[in-house]
Every structure is written in structure tokens, then in C-alpha cells.
Design a protein around this ligand. Structure first.
Ligand code: PMT
Length: 402
């Protein structure tokens, strides 16, 4: 099977005899490329042990909302942020009712309420409970909120009766999730939109042969540009000096210094719809550039630096119609500092990444914390190309909602 579900998936298990089938579901999801964490209700643990799911998923199983141990490591908020998709299978009449009414009285229901991940349910219950007016009303509410319902199947039930209420088989649930993903990918489009990016480092000349720069390779920015192009956008990169290959069908404007990047970006911003600032722009440049190679004259050399204009901030303030995305490269207090930049630079969204100690700069992988004014989402460490596609999908959704 191809890795069609390369996602962070929380499998929620509520109380029902079909819980035993969820063991196969976890295995099938992992085979399909997913990273799986399991969250069980108390009732579910009466049908099958958490240990089974710990062994199958390779991760501790989450059961308690007020578990001090879990809160320190991965509490419901972290789990909610980690999840890109939540599938509750089996979904009992009880969990459906609680979700429909926004009741958060255990870990699973709280997690669903606290997460932006797409929510899928595979109902399983006695057929009379399924057709009960209360369950059907809850079902309608959930569907109206774009919660995806898979099944139930019709057939013989554990109680000996026959009717609609059997949980779909695990392979059928996985097929539904894959199908849903394919539809989502098709509806994501940037056709007719112009995406402008800055990428790579800048070089601030000291003399004819020396400069101040940083370790940015351009890998992150170029990967995002390619992901935007793949969704049909017209893409321009204002790029500092990099050695990454030049992608096809992307307009590259080559610059060296922060000042050159500033004027090229502001000119290109006039026709752009979305601006993504991934470049590691030098905050300072030399006040005077020496016209000749500096010779050694003593133990110390004094260089005077002046602050460069902030490209991102200038774009967001001068072109308020643009959807602006900043990056925040931080060694500590990553989220706090990123939130500050989101507000100060008047951005729609900021992408924070930890840097230093072999992270972020010039690496093939990265780890992103995506923050907007009323939400936040984590993308754990992955290849920059994979992250770029996931990030651009989030940017597109937020762009069309803005
Ligand atoms: O290129 P790679 O090797 O793949 O590495 C990727 C990366 C780590 C460089 C990238 O993911 C990243 O974090 N880019 C932003 C780096 C940075 O300069 O962050 P900052 O927190 O100092 O700046 C905040 C934002 O303001 C950034 O969007 C930056 O592009 C922008 N900025 C900063 C200064 C300035 N004068 N003009 C700007 O536009």
C-alpha cells in the first residue's frame, strides 16, 4: 500500500464491543503511513486493554483528562495540536451525543473540542439506539459541523439482532479516510493567485571580498514555493544567494543584500496575493562598505553596523490587502516571541521554528509551530518538502477564510 495517510492521527476509542476491531484499524493506519496515538474512554478500557494499543501504536495510550503524568508530557492540548486527523472508532451513541452538545467531560471529548484537526466518526451501536430520534438529531448536528461520518454498516450485531449499527471494517474506514484526503487535496487550489516569497540568506558586504551572512540554505523557502506552484499558483521567489536547484515554473529574482531584497520584494508585492517571508534577512548591514580589501592593521577591527529595514513589516503595513505569513527563528521562548512578531509585524500567520543546536538552518528537516490570531497548530519534525505541502494547505485554508 502507498503511504497515502502520511499524517498524525489520533484514534479515539469509545465503549463498545467493536473496540476489538480498532486494534486492526491502528495497524492499517500505520501501514498507510500514519503516526498514530490512541485515546480511550474509560468504557473502552473495559472492552480492550490500553496495553494492546500501546504495543500496536508504539506510543503510550491516553485515557485520563486529569493525569498529571500525561499533562507533563502530552496533555490534551498538546495531543489536540499534534493531531491532524481524529478518527473515533467505534463511536458510541454516548460520545456522539457529547460531541453534538460540546460536552467535554473526559479526555476524548475534550480533545475533540480543543482540536482543529478534521474529525471522523465510525459509529457502532445497537440498531435501535442508532435509529433513535435523539441519535439521529445528534448525527445531523455533527454532519452540519462538517464532521465526517463513516458507516455504520447493516448486518448481524453483537446483541444477536440485525440492523444498521455495525462498525465499518477497519480497511473500509482507512479507504474512507484516504478518499476524503484525496478530495481535500483536489479542492485546495491557488489557481489564479500570485504567491511571493523571500528565501535564503542575505549578504551584507564589508569590503569587496567579505560579507556578513547566516546559514540559511533556502531549502525551507524553496520547498514552500514548490508546494504553492503545485497548487496552481504563480510563484515568485526573491532569493538570497543559495545553492538549492532552481525549480521549474517559478520566477526567481536574485538579490544579495537586505536592501536589494527589500526593494525587489516591495516592487513584486504590488501584484501578489500571499506573501511568505522565509528569508533569514540580516538585521544589520555595515554603515560603510570599504572600497578596498581591508588590511590587517592591529588586533581589533571596528565595524559600524546599521539596522536594516524590516521587509516583512514594511510589506504588511504598505499592502494591507495581502495575506502575510512570517517565519520566526528562535532559540528559546519560541511561541512567546513568535506571538509578539505576529502582532508587531501585523501578520495573518506566523510559522515558528526552533533554531540552533543543529536545528532549522541548513537542515533537511524542520519542526513548525503555526500560529494565527485565534489558533495554533504543531507540525512535528519532518522533511522540509513534506512540511511545505502541509503548511501551504493550512495557509490556503486560512487565506480563503480571511
Ligand atoms: O533556509 P533554510 O536553511 O531551509 O532554513 C530555514 C529558516 C530556518 C531560515 C526558516 O525556516 C526561517 O526561520 N526563516 C526566518 C528567519 C528569520 O530571520 O527569522 P526572524 O525571527 O529573525 O525574522 C522574523 C520574520 O521577519 C521572518 O519572516 C523574516 O523573513 C522577516 N524579516 C526579518 C528581518 C528583516 N530585516 N526583514 C524581514 O523580512
Amino acid at each position: 500500500m502507498t503511504k497515502q495517510l502520511n499524517k498524525n492521527i489520533v484514534v479515539g476509542i469509545s465503549g463498545g464491543i467493536a473496540a476489538y476491531k480498532s486494534a486492526t484499524l491502528v495497524r492499517e493506519l500505520i501501514k498507510a503511513g500514519a503516526k498514530v496515538r490512541v485515546c480511550m474512554t474509560n468504557a473502552a478500557t473495559q472492552f480492550i486493554t490500553p496495553l494492546t494499543f500501546q504495543a500496536l501504536s508504539g506510543n503510550p495510550v491516553h485515557t485520563d483528562l486529569l493525569d498529571n503524568r500525561a499533562e507533563a508530557a502530552m496533555g490534551h492540548i498538546e495531543l489536540a495540536r499534534w493531531a491532524e486527523l481524529i478518527i473515533i472508532a467505534p463511536a458510541s451513541a454516548d460520545i456522539m451525543a457529547r460531541l453534538a452538545h460540546g460536552i467535554a467531560n473526559d479526555l476524548l471529548s475534550t480533545l475533540c473540542l480543543a482540536s482543529e484537526a478534521s474529525l471522523h466518526l465510525a459509529p457502532a451501536m445497537n440498531h435501535i439506539m442508532w435509529t433513535n430520534a435523539a441519535t439521529q438529531a445528534n448525527l445531523q448536528t455533527l454532519r452540519q459541523r462538517d464532521i465526517k461520518i463513516h458507516g455504520p454498516a447493516i448486518g448481524e450485531q453483537a446483541c444477536g439482532e440485525t440492523g444498521a449499527g455495525r462498525m465499518l471494517e477497519p480497511d473500509a474506514i482507512v479507504a474512507k479516510l484516504v478518499e476524503n484526503q484525496a478530495t481535500l487535496n483536489k479542492t485546495l487550489s491557488l489557481q489564479g493567485k500570485h504567491v511571493l516569497l523571500t528565501a535564503g540568506p542575505t549578504r551584507e558586504a564589508i569590503d569587496p571580498v567579505r560579507y556578513i551572512s547566516n546559514r540559511s540554505s533556502g531549502k525551507m523557502g524553496y520547498s514552500i514555493a514548490i508546494a504553492a506552484r503545485d497548487l496552481g499558483a504563480m510563484v515568485t521567489i526573491v532569493s538570497g544567494p543559495v545553492t538549492v536547484p532552481t525549480p521549474k515554473n517559478i520566477d526567481i529574482i536574485k538579490v544579495e543584500s537586505a536592501a536589494e531584497m527589500h526593494s525587489a520584494t516591495l516592487a513584486a508585492a504590488k501584484s501578489a496575493d500571499i506573501f511568505i517571508a522565509t528569508a533569514a534577512v540580516s538585521d544589520f548591514s555595515t554603515k560603510d562598505i570599504f572600497s578596498k580589501k581591508i588590511k590587517k592593521t592591529g588586533e581589533y577591527l571596528r565595524l559600524q553596523l546599521k539596522q536594516n529595514a524590516d521587509i516583512l513589516s514594511d510589506v504588511s503595513h504598505q499592502f494591507s490587502h495581502l495575506f502575510t505569513v512570517g517565519f520566526a527563528a528562535e532559540t528559546h521562548n519560541v511561541i512567546k516571541y513568535a506571538r509578539g512578531k505576529l502582532k508587531r509585524k501585523k501578520l495573518d500567520l506566523i510559522v515558528a521554528n526552533p533554531v540552533g543546536e543543529g536545528k532549522g538552518f541548513d537542515q533537511d528537516t524542520n519542526q513548525l509551530e503555526i500560529i494565527w490570531h485565534d489558533g495554533q497548530l504543531s507540525l512535528p519534525e519532518k522533511e522540509k518538502q513534506t512540511l511545505a505541502h502541509e503548511l501551504i494547505a493550512i495557509i490556503v485554508k486560512r487565506y480563503f477564510q480571511s
